[in-house]
Design a protein. Sequence first.
Length: 106
Amino acid sequence: MNFLRNININNVKTNTETIDCIHLEKKSGRNIYETICILEKISKKINDKIKEDLYSKLEEFNFVNKNNLEEIFENKEQIELSKLYEKIPKPTSISIQYLLDEKIKI
């Protein structure tokens, strides 16, 4: 996947975890409100990259299988692609993990 090379999701947890807001403030060097606003902007960019990559992959399937509806439902590559994208953590989790790992500076 194109975006997977640019976005490291290996250390990002897929489940919800409580994070101390004071810890986030210390990592960012700003107050919690500013930190959340900045993480929101980063999350939107990550989400846009994920959507863009997904749509480009889905266009390949639609172009090949426009006339045969049965083949669309039974396409194993499309099912695997769907499973891959379901496993990807939420963009918010990715951006928070970037901050915690000090991969981004706020």
